[in-house]
Ligand binder design. Structure first.
Ligand code: ADP
Length: 861
């Protein structure tokens, strides 16, 4: 064994096959030794050093050998040495040249570092991107890489720079970033070092060089396609040189950007900074100074002069206090050059720092304007509340009870209570004794249902009571627990009292309606009764409740009902009232006559909604009227008695003659059949005549039917003729009837119209007889006109004094001697004609009076 010489560096003894026989030297301890015994020197070396040791050891002599060994530290041990023949084998003597190499590399790269740093620091900001790319490109060349990429961390993300536009198959950016975020960024890594990275990048060669500040990586340079990893320290230095100026410039850009932003915001806000050195002038933000119309530096006097006079003293005081160390904070006004424009409001805030004051001014005009508007609105609202008959109150909830907390200012004017009075604290005490249960129920209801609306009386400070409408709501907190009650008292005394008065008046009205002897009812246009009072029910033989919904028409005959409806249809909003005498068929009574007045109620369109009616029983009056009429009729008959006797006597005479003559003939035996037959026929005709007359008298003497019915007006003329003609003839008066071509119908009672005509004819007869007219006549004719007809009774007795025309219709007016005239004939006749809806009038014709009976025609439609 050769003697071990104390050595420097590293010595390896090899055999001819380059197997390591022995190691020596101080560097030996650094080497990462291969596991197997008898390993070749290659197994100690990094792979690229194998190129140096091609062939057998004999081939390596005589030249310097640069070999990089694996070390236990991980990085390579760079050595340089020579191979010498040593006994049967070889000895490789090596020295550590790491420092030397580093020095050389630094020497080579120093210019590059300088260039990169210089280029990136000095280029204009518009060329920064391009310059960065160029520097990346030269670095890629330097590292003999295909492409470089720089990832720079920025607020909120990463910015990328690439050495060229060529697309290298870069790994998925997001996944890569995620991986790198978790990477302890302190040294260069190769994809081979991390299976996760390898999976991301595939087979491509990729080295990643970090630049870090503090604990985090601020940038990564991705070096793709390099044959070998750049030396770590160089790579780190290059990446730092590349990144630092970029980061500085980026930060500067950001700061500039932010400063711009800030200026912009300040301008928009009307804000700006100010400074006031201990012994100097006020310095203002230039933009702010310009907007205030001031120089950038102003004296105290100038500054105060710019403020509103009222704000100068407070400003001076605040400034003094700020110099004593207190914070400055006050609002000041800066008048607008336009005296009509409102002043500008500024909030002036600041603080002292080492004798120097510093702070900001903020335009708060908009705020102040809003504040003023809100203040005005609030004042208006408060004024409104104070003047309204309403009190807003708040009651706090505590332990199951409500405690008054707040009242609006309207409390005093409304109830005269002071806000701190006993009543205000406990309003329950001021509740009217009768209403206390309502008050207690209000509180219970409020807590139970969350809201309440009720009405009770509260005593004011003078002892008077007010009706209050209370509307309150319970507010709860997030947990649903009661917090407070917000409510409103509305003084509704007037309304409540008015309602009470109304109720009382309604009650009085109801009593009036109920107790009135008159029949009162409301009904619909289809005659359905809505309401009927007791008298009406009594008359109709039922209970008042039964009236509701009953058909009023059930007590009317078909004709009456039709006439009734016709009358209702004629009601209009302009003429809403109509009255008539109606005839009813009541249960258990023969007939009832009611005087009935209707008033129609209409809607806005003029449609009849309902009718209010008042009725009065007129049956008795009607009955007496009928009796009166009957009396008058009978009187007429009595008056006609002479004529009638004559009328009946006449046929009797004829018959007597006929009988006497027949008897004579029979006695003489000359009575043949023809003669007998002739006499008997004559007798029969006379019997007929007498019977007709008696019949008619019976009919005439009968009471009139209850209801009106249609009849031919001319039939009444004929009836009068039957009773009068013979009598007139006996007095030498000619009765001239001019029968009409068509028989027109009227509505009423034929006997009554007959009575009228008899009265008129008898008056004419009396006048004719009184005047002793030579050829007295009475003429009756009918004339049609429009919707009516006239019956004209004329005579040739010289007429009636026009001055008497008005008076002759008065009851008891007569020009006839006492005991002869009653003065009732024309008055009764007038009444009858009026009842038929017509009128009776008088006129003087050429030869005598002309009395005209005008009647409406009965239409069957
Ligand atoms: P009376 O026949 O009982 O007098 P009336 O009321 O019938 O009562 O008549 C009133 C008056 O009118 C008569 O008294 C008479 O003077 C006058 N009168 C009525 N008809 C005529 C007539 N056709 N010609 C003249 N006078 C008349």
């Amino acid at each position: 064994m050769p003697e071990v010489t104390p050595a420097i560096g590293l010595q390896l003894w090899l055999d001819d096959q380059a197997r390591v026989l022995r190691l020596a030297g101080p560097l030996r301890s650094l080497l990462a030794l291969p596991a197997q015994a008898g390993a070749r020197v290659h197994d100690y070396l990094e792979r690229h050093s194998w190129l140096v040791l091609e062939g057998q050891p004999a081939d390596w002599q005589g030249q310097p050998l640069d070999l990089d060994f694996h070390t236990v530290m991980g990085h390579a041990l760079h050595t340089r040495g020579w191979l010498q023949r040593h006994e049967q084998g070889w000895m490789l003597q090596l020295f550590d040249i790491g420092d030397l190499l580093r020095e050389q590399r630094w020497d080579r790269q120093r210019p590059l570092l300088g260039e990169i740093g210089h280029a990136l620091r000095e280029c204009g900001s518009e060329r920064l991107l391009q310059t960065t790319r160029e520097q990346l490109y030269s670095l890629a060349e330097h590292w003999q890489a295909a492409a470089l990429r720089l990832m720079l961390r920025e607020a909120g993300g990463w910015r990328h720079y690439a050495s060229s536009d060529e697309t290298w198959p870069w790994p998925d950016d997001r996944k890569l970033r995620e991986r790198l975020e978790r990477w302890p960024a302190h040294t260069l890594i190769g994809v081979d070092d991390d299976p996760e990275l390898l999976a991301l990048c595939g087979a491509a060669s990729l080295f990643l060089v970090p630049y870090r500040q503090g604990l985090e990586a601020e940038a990564w340079v991705l070096c793709a396609g390099a044959r070998q990893a750049p030396p770590v320290d160089m790579a780190l230095a290059l990446v730092r040189t590349l990144t630092e100026p970029l980061l500085v410039r980026h930060r500067r850009q950001q700061l500039q950007h932010q400063a711009h932003h800030l200026d912009d915001l300040q301008r928009q806000l009307g804000a700006g900074w100010w400074e006031w050195p201990a012994h100097g002038e006020l310095q203002l933000d230039p933009a702010l100074a310009a907007s205030l119309g001031l120089a950038n530096r102003v004296s105290l006097g100038q500054w105060l002069a710019r403020l509103h006079p009222a704000d100068r003293e407070p400003a001076q005081l605040a400034l003094d206090q700020a110099r004593d160390g207190q914070a400055l904070s006050l609002s000041v006004r800066v008048p607008d050059p336009d005296p009509l424009a409102p002043p500008r409001w500024l909030h002036w805030a600041g603080q002292g720092q080492g004798g120097q004051l510093r702070g900001f001014l903020l335009d708060i005009s908009a705020l102040k304007a809003q504040e003023q508007q809100a203040g005005a609105a609030r004042a208006r609202l408060e004024n409104l509340i104070a003047r309204s008959p309403a009190v807003i109150y708040v009651q706090r909830y505590a332990e199951g009870a409500l405690h008054s907390d707040f009242y609006s200012a309207s409390l005093a004017p409304l109830l005269g209570w002071a806000a701190d009075s006993e009543q205000a604290r406990q309003p329950g005490l001021a509740v009217h004794p009768d209403d206390r249960p309502l008050w207690l129920e209000r509180t219970r209801g409020l807590l139970r249902d969350g809201q309440v609306r009720c009405r009770y009386r509260l005593r004011d400070h003078l002892g008077g009571y007010h009706w209050m409408l209370d509307e309150a709501r319970l507010l709860r907190n997030d947990l649903g627990q009661p917090l407070e009650v917000v409510g409103l008292w509305l003084d509704v005394s007037e309304a409540t009292e008015a309602a009470e008065r109304m109720r009382q008046s309604e009650e009085r009205y109801r009593v009036l309606v109920e107790d009135s002897p008159a029949m009162i009812c409301r009904y619909r246009p289809d005659l359905t009764v809505l309401f009927g009072n007791r008298p009406l029910a009594d008359y109709l033989g039922c209970m008042p409740e039964q009236l509701q919904g009953a058909d009023l028409g059930q007590w009317l005959s078909a004709g009456q009902r039709e006439a009734f409806l016709l009358r209702l249809r004629a009601l209009t909003p302009e003429q809403p009232v109509s009255s008539a005498e109606i005839c009813l068929q009541l249960p258990g009574r023969e007939h009832a006559w009611w005087v009935w007045a209707d008033r129609g109620l209409f809607d806005a369109e003029g449609n009849l909604l309902e009718v209010q009616a008042v009725g009065r029983d007129n049956t008795e009056v009607r009955r007496s009227q009928q009796q009166l009429l009957q009396g008058a009729k009978m009187a007429t008959l009595g008056e006609l008695a002479t004529g009638l006797l004559h009328e009946i006597n006449q046929p009797l005479n004829v018959m007597r003659m006929a009988v006497a003559n027949t008897l004579k003939r029979l006695e003489s035996g000359a009575a043949d059949q023809a003669y007998l037959e002739d006499k008997l026929r004559r007798i029969e005709a006379q019997v007929e005549r007498a019977a007709r007359l008696v019949d008619h008298m019976r009919v005439y003497g009968r009471r009139s039917a209850v209801e009106r019915e249609p009849f031919a007006a001319w039939a009444a003329v004929e009836g009068a003729r039957a009773l009068l003609e013979e009598g007139l003839r006996g007095k030498g008066v000619t009765l001239r009837l001019e029968p009409p071509e068509a028989l027109a119908q009227v509505l009423g009672h034929q006997d009554q119209l007959e009575q009228v005509l008899i009265n008129l004819m008898v008056n004419a007869r009396d006048a004719l007889l009184e005047k002793q007219v030579a050829q007295p006549w009475i003429r009756v004719r009918q004339a049609l006109h429009g919707g009516g007809l006239s019956l004209l009774v004329e005579d040739n007795a010289g007429g009636i004094d026009p001055q008497l025309h008005e008076r002759i219709f008065e009851p008891f007016f007569t020009t006839k001697p006492a005991g002869v005239g009653t003065g009732l004939g024309l008055s009764v006749s007038h009444g009858i004609v009026s009842q038929m809806g017509g009128c009776l009038s008088v006129d003087n014709g050429a030869e005598g009076a002309c009395l005209r009976v005008e009647l409406p025609l009965h239409s069957t439609s």
